[in-house]
Design a protein around this ligand. Structure first.
Ligand code: PMP
Length: 401
């Protein structure tokens, strides 16, 4: 008998499991709206042209070797990543108060940040929005933080529960960590306005709450890298401290390359140096050092103004296609006369629409229409195309009537 005979079968990951089920379905009309990855109008994955160009340069450069990177990754990549999120003129960067470590995409950056906080920060409680990306709870809890939630989404308005959010943060213990989605909140697509961000900032600073930004969609939400980083920059501008986890999965389409960064903004350069030394101690026993290829692609693009511009154009095109899908879906539901107010489809921001469809309706759409999505009713707008909108509309119509 196996020494592992007592191991029980674990359930599929609630998000990645959607694609597993989709792949098993032989239906020719099946649509996968569960996947959090960009698809072209033809439903195909996209490698950005500028990424191909950068890879070509890297491959042709015979001086490049496959040596280990330092524990904190590629230095150029780290500097450029900090500038990308905090702004090229950020005083915090100029004053050397930011330490950045290349990590394994957004997830790895969150995990390294969480492990650091669990070890070196005095308050081990982190508040995450309700709802949030399903992996947050596990990443933070397994790092040793105590996870609590703050109210975020209001199902009645399909918008922000701003009052609830303020109340919950106001009653959090002083010093608590607060996870904030920098933009394009996943799964709701609901973001605070700039005015609301400012109120959140004031409240958090007055209570000494520590902001931990998750930035998985910079540039992907609005099409503008600067606009999508405004929340983060607002908090850095006041001179206070914060953490930021960046992912290049969506905005450069580098999903499988696992390239991202954790930045910690500190009060002084002196503190930043010490923090970095401890980050190395967190990373070394975890995976020693990060992979070289993806970070080299990003650094190549970010440091060349021509390639950088090409990237922003391709990024805007992805964002625009997603926004256009929102309008197509909304218009088609109206034309079909599907009961309900579907305006949240065009109000929400980023890759996902939180449709408001319940678990039973989602199960019905999967069974009868071969449409796959997470059971919370979240659909990926990036997985939708003009060709598949009519089928989705029929399914939604049948599910709600
Ligand atoms: N945070 C949020 C809110 C996300 O939606 C995602 C991607 N689904 C991530 C982090 C991390 O993704 P990755 O590790 O692929 O960068």
């Amino acid at each position: 008998d196996s020494v592992f005979a007592a191991v029980v079968q674990a359930p599929e990951d609630p998000i990645l499991g959607v694609t597993v089920a989709y792949n098993k379905d032989p239906s020719p009309v099946k649509v996968n709206l569960g996947v959090g990855a960009y698809r072209t109008e033809e439903g195909k994955p996209l490698v950005l042209n500028v990424v191909r160009r950068a890879e070509q340069l890297l491959v042709n450069d015979r001086s490049r070797v496959k040596e280990y990177l330092p524990i904190t990754g590629l230095a150029d990549f780290n500097k450029l990543s900090a500038k990308l999120i905090f702004g090229s003129d950020s005083p915090a960067i100029r004053e050397n108060r930011v330490t950045t470590a290349q990590c394994l995409s957004g997830t790895g950056s969150l995990r390294v940040g969480a492990e650091f906080l669990a070890k070196h920060y005095h308050e081990r409680t982190i508040y995450i929005p309700s709802p949030t990306w399903g992996n947050h709870t596990k990443v933070f809890a397994l790092a040793g933080l105590s996870v609590k939630t703050y109210r975020y989404y209001d199902p009645a308005t399909r918008g922000l529960n701003f009052q609830g959010l303020l109340e919950d943060l106001a009653s959090a213990p002083s010093g608590a960590i607060v996870l904030l989605h920098a933009c394009a909140h996943n799964p709701t697509g609901v973001d605070p306005t700039l005015d609301q961000w400012e109120q959140i900032r004031q409240l958090m600073r007055s209570k000494g709450l520590l902001p931990f930004f998750d930035s998985a969609y910079q540039g992907f939400a609005s099409g503008s890298l600067d606009a999508d980083a405004q929340s983060v920059r607002m908090f850095v501008a006041d001179g206070g401290e914060c953490l930021a986890a960046q992912s290049y999965a969506k905005n450069m389409g580098l999903y499988g390359e696992r390239v991202g960064a954790l930045s910690i903004v500190c009060r002084s350069a002196d503190v930043a140096v010490k923090v970095e030394s401890q980050l190395k101690l967190v990373i070394r026993p975890m995976y020693s050092n990060p992979p070289i290829h993806g970070a080299s692609i990003v650094a190549t693009i970010l440091k060349d103004s021509d390639m950088y511009n090409e990237w922003t154009i391709e990024l805007k095109a992805m964002a625009d296609r997603i926004i256009s899908m929102r309008h197509q879906l909304f218009d088609a539901l109206r034309t079909r006369g599907t009961p309900g107010d579907w305006s949240h489809i065009i109000k929400q921001i980023g890759m996902f629409t939180f449709t408001g469809l319940n678990k039973e309706q989602v199960a019905f759409m999967t069974k009868e229409y071969h449409i796959y999505m997470t059971s919370d009713g979240r659909i990926s707008m990036a997985g939708l195309s003009s060709r598949t909108v009519p089928h989705l509309v029929e399914a939604i119509h049948a599910a709600v009537t």
